[in-house]
Ligand binder design. Structure first.
Ligand SMILES: *Cc1c(COP(=O)(O)O)cnc(C)c1O
Length: 388
């Protein structure tokens, strides 16, 4: 059966050109970049080339890029690294209610260690208000961390405005840009961030490699200790093939991004409109304009996300749900709850995310099959039949 992938926000396939670029660094050029001999220097050179491609993409300096094992480590590093390096100055951190778990969990840990965290609310579209950030600031605030775009509902945040406020107050500003790097322009100076997280497998690179951008002069302590790699900021032998892959992936995105985003917006909006025309009691989650080019997220009333997911899988369509049962968790998505969706609508949410290899025909296929699945599941739903 032909398979249709609508889960690019979960992960992307590595681009064949990325795989080709990585290949020599497993066997032929396997050196440890810390070694002074030929093999080591060969690996170091490749790694530094990748660093410079990434730095160029972000408008950063090479020495401001620290390679990590991915988005999760970059986020943990940013939060704990800033918190522990600046605890004499203050113990207060500001974030939003809709951050990724890789932000919320380390912050919960920091709260257990005496730090105070303010979680600013978002509006019904998932937007953070810069005014709310401003009013949350105290003389103890050392860090503000707001994601660039949300991974579930695709809402893009007013990062520049928030950065301006944090700069005025002399507070460090971090952004989890895992969903935006490689998809929309991300320039650290234009955004005004001091720290920024990214992950290669979200932009057609390999899994298990990412980076943290840290503006020169930022006071931060390491998260991993045990070696002098990455200028003593991140110990452990570098993932050379992964880093080379990340470099190739960002180089490809630099060339393709603008055109891809344009094409994806056309497919995204056709999918949104098509589903809205064909299915009633359907609610778009996220912002209609300020949203990632590749994100579609709906709450479908009267039915469960898991049921939709499994029925879609049976016809070859891979998507994602904000419902909770699959994760063995009773609570539905904190993001959908934060935008004010009642529990029933959170459990009936579906996310379709498209990408580089999505064809317009794939949208046709989804538009043909998903409404049928909704009709079928609703016909079996006691809730739906009672309301009618
Ligand atoms: C995927 C994702 C992460 C985690 O990145 P990994 O590289 O998988 O650890 C963090 N934040 C956001 C917004 C994400 O989408």
């Amino acid at each position: 059966m032909k398979r249709y992938y609508f889960d690019y926000a979960g992960t992307t396939p590595a681009d064949p050109e990325v795989i080709e670029a990585m290949q020599p660094y497993f066997y032929d050029k396997f050196g440890n970049p810390s070694s002074l001999h030929y093999f080591g220097q060969q690996a170091r050179k490749a790694m530094e080339e990748a660093r410079s491609k990434l730095a160029e993409f972000l408008g950063a300096k090479e020495e401001e890029i620290i390679f990590t094992s991915g988005g999760t480590e970059s986020n943990n590093f940013a939060l704990e690294g800033i918190a522990y390096a600046n605890e004499k100055k203050g113990n207060h951190i500001i974030t939003s209610a809709i951050e990724h778990h890789a932000i919320l969990e380390p912050l919960k840990f920091l709260e257990s260690r005496g730090f105070k965290v303010t979680y600013v609310k978002v509006d019904e579209f998932g937007m953070v208000s810069p005014e709310d950030i401003k009013s949350a600031i105290t003389d103890k605030t050392i860090l503000i961390s707001i994601m660039h775009a949300n991974n579930e509902i695709g809402t893009i945040q007013p990062i520049k405005e928030i950065a301006k406020i944090s700069k005025e107050k002399g507070i460090y500003f971090h952004s989890d840009a895992v969903q935006t790097v490689g998809h929309i322009p991300v320039n650290v100076d234009e955004l005004g961030v001091d720290l920024l997280s990214l992950s290669a497998h979200k932009f057609y690179g390999p899994k298990g490699v990412g980076a943290l951008y840290v503006r020169k002069g930022t006071k931060i302590v390491p998260f991993l200790r045990g070696g002098g790699q990455e200028k003593h900021r991140r110990a452990s032998t570098e993932n050379v093939p992964g880093i080379v892959g990340l470099g190739k992936a960002i180089e490809l995105c630099k060339d393709k991004m603008a055109k891809e985003a344009k094409e994806q917006i056309v497919m995204r909006d056709r999918l949104i409109k098509g589903l809205e025309d064909k299915i009633e009691h359907l609610y778009l989650n996220g912002h209609r304009q300020n949203r990632l080019p590749n994100n579609v997220n709906f709450s479908v009333e009267y039915i469960e996300g898991e049921a939709m997911l499994l029925n879609l899988d049976m016809v070859g369509i891979a998507a994602s749900t904000g419902s909770a049962c699959t994760s063995g968790d009773l609570e539905p998505s904190h993001v959908l709850l934060a935008i004010g969706r009642p529990h029933e609508l959170c459990h009936g949410s579906m996310r379709f995310t498209i990408g580089r290899f999505t064809q317009p025909e794939d949208i046709d296929y989804l538009l043909e099959h998903f409404p049928q699945i909704v009709v079928k599941l609703r016909s079996m739903s006691p809730l739906y039949n009672k309301d009618k």
